[in-house]
Design a protein around this ligand. Sequence first.
Ligand code: ASN
Length: 325
Amino acid sequence: SDTKPGVIIYATGGTIAGSSTSNTDTTGYKAGSLGVDILIEAVPELKDVAIISGEQIANIGSSNVDQKTLLKLAKEINEKLKSDDTHGVVVTHGTDTLEETGFFLDLTVNSEKPVVMVGAMRPATAISADGPMNLLQAVSLAASDMANDRGTMIVLNDRIGSAFYTTKTNSTTLDTFMASDQGFLGTFIGSKPKFYFEPSTPVKKPTFDISKLDELPKVAILYSHQDQDVALLDMLVDKGAKGIVLAGNGNGSLSESVKTKVKELMENGVPVVRSTRTGSGFVTDKEEGIGSGYYNPQKSRILLTLALSENANMDQIREYFNSEV
Ligand SMILES: NC(=O)C[C@H](N)C(=O)O
């Protein structure tokens, strides 16, 4: 009937829109080759759960998603969610950087309505392609009244994760999106979303207004390791970085020489956030570098970018990362 909820699918590319000449190819295919209309036509069942419209934002591998794309997407979603005709939105996206876009939207979309990120690990042409079911589940979630007030969510492999905590943990397998400590919000039975809990909001989740921004400050990530070259930090600043995230060792540990450099940069107004290369856990605040709290390096980069976009000072940035113990 006409009373079905309206769901808009914003397509950006990725493996979910990927195709290959071989049905066993799951790595050499071309990401972002099928348009949004083809994705929708491939799953006629979408029309049973929602009134669907599709919009092509880009058709690229997710490593090519840039700040222009993020700003465009966030602005369009904020605009569309104001309409009574829109119950929720779905964003199809390559999985490699899906969590960055999801986290950015989680902090910048100002609506209680659902935003659902979805991708696939196998291209559309593969045997047992996961994209069609993932898309149907994502649309069902965006059309569900249970999905409000849960922030941006990530759907893959029958699971619902919060974009705030979820990360890609495996380079090739289907069960790649996880939040090791925080877990999932729910699962799917067939295409039906089933939540474990009523909605809740991450502790001190920040929000940002990007409506007047045309660009974002540059923040770079540097991976820590033994014998780290201190000169690379200066190079990043020379090349225009306004802030730096370190994928630090363990609880954000740095060598003595990197520590000294970080102190110097911080004194000169360049915030340095110490995150962790371990893949999970909390990084505590230290004088020599802001602790990232629960934010992994790629989420720390997005948060520091947004904090700098509103000219936050060092203390405010420390507040955002909520990493004091
Ligand atoms: N599974 C994927 O979607 C990976 C792809 N390379 C992308 O992120 O665009």
